[in-house]
Ligand binder design. Structure first.
Ligand code: ASC
Length: 152
């Protein structure tokens, strides 16, 4: 059995988020492969977001070029984990609620995609104050999804 999740819903989420990339069809041989995939994409997302967040919070010095490239990479990465939450892939740190409340989960993911896309747009301007605000909004959207859908 393949765990496929390619679907109109994923494509719609990308469209709603204004993402340029296409939703990719993706299948996983086992649920564990899907879990590993989504964890890897979310980890790399977190690493890229942190580069910008550290600048916004004054933990590192502001480097406009690095902020722009890291935010752009984060905006690509946040489109990717969702196909790894298909039917039958419960596990990892994901709460069962992901599968029980699919509409809410997708809405929370779409909000996060939207906020990170906005961060990437703002990072191109090099305006640190605007980047700080966008980091706050994007971080809040990450946290909102984690509060409801990730095990602590
Ligand atoms: C991160 C990270 C998150 C968000 C969130 C912001 O760096 O891994 O999940 O920021 O903590 O509140």
């Amino acid at each position: 059995m393949k765990y496929a999740f390619a679907t109109a819903a994923a494509a719609l989420m990308v469209a709603l988020a204004g993402g340029a990339a296409m939703a990719q069809s993706q299948t996983f041989a086992t649920p564990q492969d899907a879990i590993k995939y989504r964890q890897a994409t979310l980890k790399e997302l977190q690493q890229n977001f942190k580069v910008v967040a550290d600048m916004a919070n004054g933990r590192t010095s502001f480097d406009a070029g690095l902020a722009e490239s890291s935010a752009a990479r984060a905006a690509e990465l946040i489109q990717q984990p969702w196909v790894g939450f298909g039917p039958g892939t419960e596990g990892g740190k994901a709460q069962p609620l992901v599968w029980q409340e699919q509409d809410k989960f997708k809405a929370a993911g779409a909000r996060a995609q939207d906020e990170v896309a906005k961060l990437a747009a703002v990072a191109k301007t090099g305006d640190l104050d605007a980047i700080k605000a966008a980091v706050g909004n994007a971080g809040a959207s990450c946290k909102a999804c984690h509060d409801d859908f990730r095990k602590r």
